[in-house]
Design a protein around this ligand. Structure first.
Ligand SMILES: Cc1cc2nc3c(=O)[nH]c(=O)nc-3n(C[C@H](O)[C@H](O)[C@H](O)COP(=O)(O)OP(=O)(O)OC[C@H]3O[C@@H](n4cnc5c(N)ncnc54)[C@H](O)[C@@H]3O)c2cc1C
Length: 291
């Protein structure tokens, strides 16, 4: 099937893109990697009158230091995140998650901005953004605003983006020295979206857990952090028993949603086994196993 007719715009600068958005607002859709919008157009699930292609704004494909954060431009492709030595050094969870997205071709084209704006409930980068309390910068003509990832994702495929705004960049807090992380997902076939996924980071000081962050996707319409659970397990010695206790507490705390494909109890079981395997991996990394 072919898309319904639309007017194609290819702005050469951010100012031009924002001016177009301001003028065309709700009748326009932004095009970044096209990996989600392309199929939606072809299936006529989206029928915008205008498509604004951002691919000439190459200055927004970047990874750079920004104080205590790793700042990533909205047009940065998934493979650039997965390959960046700087990201691996300062925000390894982003590397671990980005390298598992879809297939090679999708990682070559798909972008951070497109993925977050699309807000698939189990998208890897949305999960990482929530797990790490990332700050997202949105721009519209004449103004910019910053929003916490937690507030950005409002429901499945729904975000706080306004029709005149585009997602400009994301600031992911840098890891503490020695902090480790892992990402685990369960999917039915290689390259598919996850059914459930877990991301965790672990910082240890003087042999005790100083900070544990754990977030899940595939449990609710948006990624969820389980701070009320993880807080109880800080200040303890991180070992195999600790990991089993955290995983059991996570599985008890979550309230998975059921759909026609996957039962709530199966999602809970996945929350348990993936939490355990994610935490076990962080413990291995603390010990320098396959770091
Ligand atoms: C077969 C297949 C498998 C996939 N598997 C996975 C997977 O396992 N995990 C995963 O996370 N993703 C997966 N994806 C999706 C992929 O990661 C997409 O690249 C991503 O969801 C959208 O990014 P994009 O740059 O292609 O955005 P586009 O398709 O260009 O746009 C997606 C949406 O975001 C809007 N948009 C784009 N850029 C911006 C911006 N800068 N500001 C505001 N709005 C913007 C568009 O208007 C559109 O509504 C898969 C896709 C396919 C086709």
């Amino acid at each position: 099937m072919k898309p319904a007719a639309f007017k194609y715009h290819r702005p050469a600068s951010l100012d031009e893109a924002l001016a177009l958005l301001d003028q065309l607002g709700p009748q326009a859709r932004l095009l970044s990697g096209g990996q989600s919008l392309g199929p939606m157009l072809n299936l006529r699930l989206a029928r915008p009158e205008h498509v604004i292609d951002l691919n000439d704004l190459t200055e927004f494909a970047y990874v750079r230091e920004s104080g205590d954060a790793v700042e990533v431009g909205g047009l940065t492709r998934h493979y650039q995140l997965a390959d960046s030595v700087y990201v691996r050094q300062h925000c390894p969870l982003l590397t671990q998650a980005a390298m598992t997205i879809g297939h090679y071709a999708i990682r070559q084209r798909g972008t951070l901005g497109g993925s977050l704006a699309n807000a698939d409930p189990v998208a890897q980068l949305a999960l990482v953004a929530v797990a790490l309390d990332a700050r997202i910068t949105l721009a519209r003509q004449g103004s910019r605003r910053e929003i916490a990832a937690n507030d950005f994702f409002q429901a499945a495929m729904t975000t706080a983006l306004k029709p005149q705004e585009l997602l400009l960049s994301v600031r992911f807090p840098k890891f503490k020295t020695g902090e480790v992380s892992a990402y685990r997902m369960f999917n039915r076939r290689h390259g598919d979206f996850a059914v459930v996924a877990v991301a965790a980071t672990l910082a240890v000081e003087d042999g005790q857990v100083q900070r544990l962050r754990l977030a899940l996707s595939g449990i609710a319409p948006v990624p969820q952090r389980v701070d009320s659970v993880t807080r109880q397990f800080e200040g303890r010695r991180p070992d195999a028993q600790w990991a089993m206790d955290v995983a059991a507490a996570v599985a008890e705390a979550v309230q998975p949603e059921e759909d026609e494909r996957v039962s709530a109890s199966y999602r809970r079981e996945l929350a348990h086994s993936l939490s355990l395997s994610t935490l076990t991996r962080t413990l291995e990394k603390l010990e320098g196993v396959g770091a």
